[in-house]
Design a protein around this ligand. Structure first.
Ligand SMILES: Nc1ncnc2c1ncn2[C@@H]1O[C@H](COP(=O)(O)OP(=O)(O)O)[C@@H](O)[C@H]1O
Ligand SMILES: [Mg+2]
Length: 233
C-alpha cells in the first residue's frame, strides 16, 4: 500500500445556529493514498465542501480523527495550520478567487510571497506555462476567459508545490469544453507529477474520468467506487 495523503476516522462536523443543528458529516471513515485522483460526488448539501474544508485545514471537525500527510491538524495552533495550508495544500474554488488588480503572473506569485516572502518570476512563469497560459502572463483577470481564469487558479494552487490539490466544484462556472480541459489538466498533473487530487463535483461524466468516485449523501459515504486506471484518456 502506498503512503496515505488523507485518513479520516469517525469524522463529524456539526454546524449549530441559534435555531438548529445541522450534522453535515456523520462520522465518516475514509483513506486517500498519495497520488490518487479522487472525486467526491453528491448533490447539493451532501457535505462535499465541509469535507474539503476539513481536509484543507480551513475548518475544524466537531469530533473524529483527521490525519493529513501524517499530521493531526486538530492538534495544531493557527500558525501551524496556516503553514500546512500554504505549503502542503493547494485550493481551487468554483469562483476562481483571483485578485482583480493583479495580473496572471502576480496572482500566481502571491502564495509564494506568503510562504517564503520572495518574488519568484521564473517559478510563476513556469507554472503558467504548465497550465498552457504562457501567452497570458500580464493579462488581468477581466481580460481572461473563464477557462483561463481557472487555469491561473490552478497555477496559483501549485505555487508552493503542494502534495494535495483540493478543488471544490471547479467547473461550476465553466462550459463543457473548458470543464473537460480542466479535468485533463488535472489528469496530467496527477500522472506526471504524482499530485494527489481530490475534486468535488456533481458532474457525473467528469467524476467518472477520475480513478475513484466517493458518493457522499446527507453527510454519509454511500458508495466508494474504484475505477480502472484511466490511463490513455
Ligand atoms: N457554515 C455553515 N453553517 C450552517 N450550516 C452549514 C454551513 N456550511 C454548510 N452547512 C450545511 O451543511 C450541509 C452540508 O453543506 P456543504 O458541505 O456545503 O454541502 P455541499 O458542498 O455538498 O453542497 C448543508 O445542509 C448545509 O446547509
Ligand atoms: Mg459545496
Amino acid at each position: 500500500m502506498r503512503e496515505l495523503a488523507v485518513k479520516v476516522s469517525k469524522l463529524k462536523k456539526e454546524y449549530s445556529s441559534a435555531s438548529q443543528k445541522i450534522i453535515a458529516l456523520k462520522e465518516i471513515d475514509l483513506k486517500i493514498e498519495k497520488g490518487e485522483f479522487v472525486t467526491i460526488m453528491g448533490p447539493s448539501g451532501a457535505g462535499k465542501t465541509t469535507f474539503l474544508n476539513l481536509v484543507g485545514c480551513l475548518d475544524r471537525p466537531t469530533s473524529g480523527k483527521l490525519d493529513i500527510l501524517g499530521c493531526d491538524p486538530t492538534e495544531f495552533n493557527e500558525e501551524k495550520l496556516s503553514r500546512i495550508r500554504v505549503e502542503e495544500i493547494g485550493f481551487i474554488f468554483e469562483d476562481f478567487f483571483l485578485i482583480s488588480f493583479l495580473n496572471a503572473l502576480e496572482n500566481v506569485q502571491l502564495p509564494l510571497i506568503f510562504a517564503r516572502n520572495y518574488i519568484n518570476n521564473d517559478r510563476s512563469r513556469d507554472l503558467l506555462k504548465r497550465v498552457g497560459l504562457d501567452h497570458r502572463l500580464t493579462h488581468f483577470p477581466n481580460e481572461l476567459s473563464g477557462g483561463e481564469l481557472q487555469r491561473v487558479a490552478v497555477a496559483r494552487a501549485l505555487a508552493n508545490n503542494p502534495e494535495i490539490l483540493l478543488a471544490d466544484e471547479p467547473t461550476g462556472n465553466l462550459d463543457t469544453k473548458n470543464a473537460q480541459g480542466l479535468f485533463s489538466l488535472f489528469r496530467n498533473l496527477n500522472r506526471e507529477e504524482g499530485l494527489t487530487i481530490v475534486v468535488a463535483t456533481h458532474n457525473i461524466k467528469l467524476g467518472y474520468s477520475t480513478d475513484r468516485v466517493i458518493h457522499l449523501n446527507d453527510g454519509k459515504i454511500e458508495k466508494d467506487e474504484r475505477l480502472g486506471k484511466q490511463d490513455g484518456r
